[in-house]
Design a protein around this ligand. Structure first.
Ligand SMILES: [Zn+2]
Length: 133
């Protein structure tokens, strides 16, 4: 029999973003799948921001930007709550893809690599490949 559930080490960090419940749950699942150095990269970056919003007519999303810390540019990811209408493997792929962009500071893994290709490849390496349509 399992013991009492132990809160993941990401929960206090994750709660600080006050995400919608559905988004929170799936970001937690993706975070669990990331390599430890990538998890630490996010958990220790005080300039990292994560927000969600409900898209709709006239809704303008303002991306929160923290002031740069320790000379590094600040990073943010934005997630649409309408992801709740999508299959779970797609939801987690999108979250992993966005986290990959943030991890790579929106660049490729090498100077000439396309950032979109790099984010997809990293998401796949983390266990969240782009689902086949
Ligand atoms: Zn992208």
């Amino acid at each position: 029999m399992d013991g009492p559930a132990v809160e993941s080490r990401f929960e206090p960090w994750l709660r600080s973003f006050a995400l919608d419940g559905f988004i929170h749950l799936h970001v937690a699942a993706v975070m669990e799948g990331l390599p430890e150095f990538v998890q630490t990269d996010f958990l220790t970056d005080r300039g990292f921001r994560m927000v969600d919003y409900e898209p709709g007519p006239g809704v303008v999303m303002r991306v929160p930007v923290a002031s740069p810390t320790f000379g590094k540019p600040s990073r943010a990811i934005v997630l649409k709550r309408t992801l709740r209408h999508r299959p779970i493997d797609f939801v987690r792929y999108v979250i992993a893809h966005e986290l990959a962009h943030a991890h790579l500071y929106n660049r490729g893994r090498s100077p000439d690599e396309d950032p979109e290709f790099a984010a997809d490849e990293l998401a796949k390496a983390w266990g969240f490949p782009k689902p086949l349509r």
